[in-house]
Ligand binder design. Structure first.
Ligand code: CTP
Length: 456
């Protein structure tokens, strides 16, 4: 094509389950010029703007649009401000978008000509998802510290219907039912609960009960999302993972940080190597449960068991496999109230995880490299923003992602989306990641047992 005659049109969208409405819009857009660029939204960007229920991955959606012969180029839209810079970068003549957006993009008239095109009536990705994919029936197991938030947040994930609960305390179920009338069915017998049509369960009980509850659910063919750690013994952990694999169901620890848009973006940004070779990762998580009126039995599970999964997640995702581990724990009433866990990884890199339920500290994280560092302010495990910082302070920059609710909805949406897509493991929390993260707790248990033996 002669460059002089090239008339560039650009449009953006999610294009989930590519449908007739999308095709009509894209054809109308192309007809405005002769070269069509389509910006497909990145999944992290979609989630940060509240679009939780997209069923296809970025790659799948990009491939579907690329396959259209009248589309000339496909790009990925990663953040809100990208549109304005794309107009300049691609020397765009016309920005086109469906008329459900009238007015929203008038600000781009400064860079190009904005056209709102008629939308096709009676079809949308939302509608197709509801019709074609169906809704996953999910039940709750136990009444733990996150159960109420889980119910509140699941309401934002349209592909899940949560309407059943199991707990061993019938009075507690009745009380819960009263406060959450949408949870219509309550059981105090686990076998009866598993015998129903629930396809997936969320487990939030005392940690020592996890193994048995997960095992039975997996044997009954249910997908499982369980608070971390999923087991407190090595052989139990292995057994559960192979049971999930053999029964072709999904087993995920409920480490919500792993699924937050900002956390996922952080891992992607680190891969670019801007801070040089990474040498150390330090992350802290403390919580004074006594001051929050948690029962003593909760604290007695130990600070390491309750909290270590979070810093270990960050350290493991950034530094990989662990070689050596040293625990510096402090005790009160027979259980650990704090633990400084120093780990050595490949290439002599070092992880420093600090957890405590009996001492308060700043819950931030720092990833140090040979050319700079990343700082994630407290609470780093509810990742919203992070800073790339360098010796020359002028070069520093920041990433900020919007974050709705208490963060659980992103994890629930990912869990549902994996089930719908027939995936039996998650990219962010692969079985090898789950083992590595859980092993900190299991190794600490061995460490305590060896010490106790020596003392007696
Ligand atoms: N579009 C259209 N007609 C439809 C649906 C979408 O013209 N029936 C247009 C939108 O206006 C937008 C583009 O297609 O310009 C991409 O929209 P997208 O949000 O991906 O599609 P929806 O089906 O509206 O998705 P959702 O239901 O998830 O909001």
């Amino acid at each position: 094509m002669n460059l002089k005659n090239k008339k560039i049109v650009i449009t953006y969208g999610t294009y989930d389950m590519l449908h007739e409405g999308h095709l009509n819009l894209l054809k109308r857009a192309k007809a405005l010029g002769n070269y069509l660029i389509v910006g497909v939204t990145d999944e992290n960007y979609d989630r940060s703007r509240g679009k939780l229920n997209v069923s296809q991955s970025t790659q799948e959606r990009v491939h579907a649009v690329e396959a259209l012969d009248f589309v000339d180029k496909v790009i990925i839209e990663k953040h809100k401000k990208q549109k304005a810079s794309d107009m300049v970068k691609y020397d765009v003549d016309i920005f086109a978008i469906g008329d459900d957006w009238v007015g929203a993009f008038d600000y781009l008239n400064e860079y190009t000509h904005v056209e709102y095109l008629p939308r096709t009536e009676g079809i949308s990705s939302t509608q197709l998802r509801q019709e074609q994919i169906g809704v996953i029936k999910m039940g709750i197991v136990g009444l733990g510290r996150d159960t109420q938030s889980f119910v509140d947040e699941a309401a934002f994930v349209s592909s899940i219907k949560l309407n059943r609960i199991y707990a061993d305390d019938f009075l507690a179920i009745k009380k819960f039912n009263k406060e959450n009338p949408q949870i219509e069915y309550g059981h105090d017998n686990y076998d009866d609960f598993l015998d129903t049509h629930v396809q997936a369960v969320y487990i939030d009980t005392a940690l020592k009960k996890h193994y048995m509850l997960i095992k039975k659910a997996l044997q009954a063919g249910k997908h499982v999302l369980c608070e971390n750690p999923i087991a407190l013994e090595k052989k139990e952990m292995k057994e559960l993972l192979s049971l999930a694999k053999n029964n072709k169901v999904l087993l995920l620890p409920a480490l919500k940080t792993a699924f937050l848009p900002a956390f996922k973006q952080l891992l992607k940004e680190l891969e670019k190597g801007e801070i040089g070779e990474i040498k150390e990762v330090r992350a802290t998580r403390t919580s004074l449960y006594r001051e929050k009126n948690y029962p003593e039995s909760f604290m007695a599970q130990g600070a390491t068991n309750i909290l270590a999964g979070y810093p270990t997640l960050l350290i493991h995702k950034v530094l990989g496999k662990r070689k050596n581990t040293t625990f510096f724990d402090q005790y009160d009433n027979g259980f650990d109230i704090s633990n400084l866990i120093v780990t050595q990884h490949q290439n002599n890199t070092v992880g420093v995880a600090r957890v405590a339920t009996g001492a308060k500290s700043e819950g931030d994280a720092v990833i140090s490299g040979t050319k700079g560092y990343v700082y994630i302010p407290a609470p780093w495990w509810l990742t919203k923003e992070f800073y790339f910082k360098f010796e020359d302070a002028h070069k520093s920059y920041k990433f900020k992602y919007e974050f709705e609710g208490c963060g659980l909805r992103y994890m629930i949406a990912e869990f549902a989306s994996l089930i719908h897509r027939g995936k039996r493991s998650s990219e962010v929390l692969r079985p090898t990641d789950i083992v590595a993260i859980s092993r900190i707790v299991l190794d600490y248990r061995d460490h305590k047992e060896n010490r106790d033996k020596k003392e007696h």
